[in-house]
Design a protein around this ligand. Structure first.
Ligand code: FAD
Length: 381
């Protein structure tokens, strides 16, 4: 999607985010201060200020405190916060979680979760387990009926923002009699609940993901989202949303790496001339610009389709957008590092940080291999 396709309002929205990024996170000193030298992907104080501007509710209906925009607006925000290196790393998972409540929540649940996200609260979603990564259907964390609610036992892993969230939207097993995709339920567990323990996992991305342990953790029936035993269908209904959010964010990462390396090759001189004047680098940048534009067309193409018909499932197109945008984010940052030589590897510059956050985009939210499996199935393979 080219800028001319945006409405005046959307263009103004993008400009406002860019101004904010420049003002608040424009220098390396500002970014270091906001992220504890790159170790914290999310700054809650800044995040709440962004909430006050009304941006976090861009794709949340007005009835729940948002501004009622659609998928294109949400992608614009995700792309620009990544491009601007604004440390609001827990927005994506909060919005993915809010989406599930938008589709299946009761009025009260929507007010609580969607309203909370629009106000700057963080939400987490827990599907993955040690033995259930790409194969989510293999999950075994269980919730058993007891005293008008459920008692949960088991472990989740890799849970983004569980340490900062108000609730964890747990996907767990409530019935074992059917096939592995049957008998799963979604339960929103308040993070302060007794029997819930969150332990951080060290990664190259900083303080981001967690193991979560449930030991006889009781939640009342009203914390169930949607229908008991129907979580698989509910998860499938959210895939457009999840993949678009991750893809748009990856697109912003790719664009930022490209912007930074382009500026660098224009300045850096070797052999008496800017290194960007060497044809081999010029052509690589031309290729990168083309690939990033392809990813942009895919991401916004899917977002526009979702806005036309929010109920339509687009497994093939959404997987293509996620695959393309995340692979180009990884490629752009690694190429950026290569084109910056030793300075790309030095912590003094941003590129090494950009590499660290981009490489994992092809793993979370369904790996690239899983996206290719989904796409190849639509080809009858
Ligand atoms: C930073 C980060 C944040 C995350 N956030 C969350 C979160 O908030 N909530 C949550 O629930 N989960 C989260 N995850 C988990 C993430 O979704 C899983 O890591 C991912 O789905 C892959 O699962 P796995 O790590 O167990 O790898 P595995 O499934 O063990 O895969 C290992 C390798 O095998 C390949 N593979 C597996 N199956 C196939 C197949 N059928 N065909 C071809 N190749 C295959 C994979 O592509 C991969 O390359 C997060 C992970 C990370 C790293």
């Amino acid at each position: 999607m080219i800028t001319e396709d945006l409405t005046d309002e959307q263009r103004a929205f993008v400009e406002s985010i860019r101004d904010f990024a420049k003002r608040e996170c424009g220098t390396r000193e500002q970014r270091d201060a906001l992220t504890e030298n790159g170790n914290e992907p999310h700054n809650q104080e800044l995040y709440e200020r962004i909430a006050d501007l009304g941006w976090l509710g861009v794709a949340i209906p007005e009835a729940y405190g948002g501004t009622g925009g659609g998928a294109v607006d949400m992608c614009l925000l995700c792309e620009e916060f990544a491009r601007g290196m604004i440390p609001m790393g827990f927005f994506s998972v909060s919005m993915i979680t809010a989406g599930a409540f938008g589709r299946f929540g009761t009025e009260e649940q929507k007010q609580e979760i969607m309203g909370g996200v629009a106000r700057g609260r963080v939400e987490a979603i827990a599907m993955s387990e040690p033995e259930a990564g790409s194969d989510v259907g293999n999950l075994s964390c269980k919730a058993e009926r007891s005293n008008g609610g459920f008692v949960i036992n088991g472990q989740k892993t890799w849970i983004t923002a569980a340490h900062a969230a108000d609730h964890i939207l747990l996907v767990c097993r409530t019935d074992r009699t059917g096939n592995k995709h049957e008998g799963m339920s979604m339960i929103s567990v308040p993070t302060g609940s007794e029997g819930l323990e969150v332990r951080g996992i060290d990664t190259m991305g900083g303080r981001e993901v967690n193991d979560v342990f449930f030991t006889d953790c009781y939640v009342p029936q009203e914390r169930v989202l949607g229908q008991v035993d129907q979580a698989w269908m509910q998860l499938m209904a959210g895939l457009n949303n999840e993949r678009l959010i991750i893809a748009a964010q990856a697109l912003g990462m790719a664009q930022r790496a490209f912007d930074d390396v382009l500026a660098y090759v224009k300045e850096r001189k070797q052999f008496g001339r800017p290194i960007g004047s060497f044809q081999v680098l010029r052509h690589r940048l031309a290729d990168l610009a083309t690939e990033i534009e392809c990813a942009r067309e895919l991401v916004y193409g899917v977002a526009q389709k979702v806005d036309v018909d929010p109920g339509r499932l687009l497994p093939r197109e959404a997987s293509m957008a996620k695959l393309k945008a995340t692979e180009i984010a990884k490629q752009a940052t690694l190429e950026g590092m290569q084109m910056m030589g030793g300075y790309g590897y030095a912590c003094e510059y941003d590129m090494e940080r950009q590499v660290r956050i981009a490489v994992v985009t092809t793993i979370y939210g369904g790996t690239s291999e899983v996206q290719r499996e989904i796409i190849s199935k639509t080809l009858g393979l």
